[in-house]
Design a protein around this ligand. Structure first.
Ligand SMILES: [Zn+2]
Length: 68
């Protein structure tokens, strides 16, 4: 198979290689095919697009945004 830009992206971003997305509203997670999702769009849950950032990573981002 000829590598596409999508496949390239899917293999160079660690959060994409993981192949898992989370719903920020209800917290459920889903296994995904990253290359496929980059082409056709990410799954939605609770009316929002699910995120490739794990709950732990999102907590970390928040912590960095608001230094104590
Ligand atoms: Zn949800």
């Amino acid at each position: 198979m000829k590598p596409t830009i999508h496949n390239k992206l899917a293999t160079c971003h660690p959060a994409l290689i993981r192949g898992r997305v989370w719903c920020t509203t209800c917290g459920s997670s889903q296994a995904v095919n990253p290359a496929e999702c980059l082409r056709t769009g990410w799954p939605k849950c609770c009316g929002y697009t699910m995120t490739i950032d794990s709950p732990e990573e999102r907590a970390e981002f928040k912590r960095k945004e608001r230094p104590q």
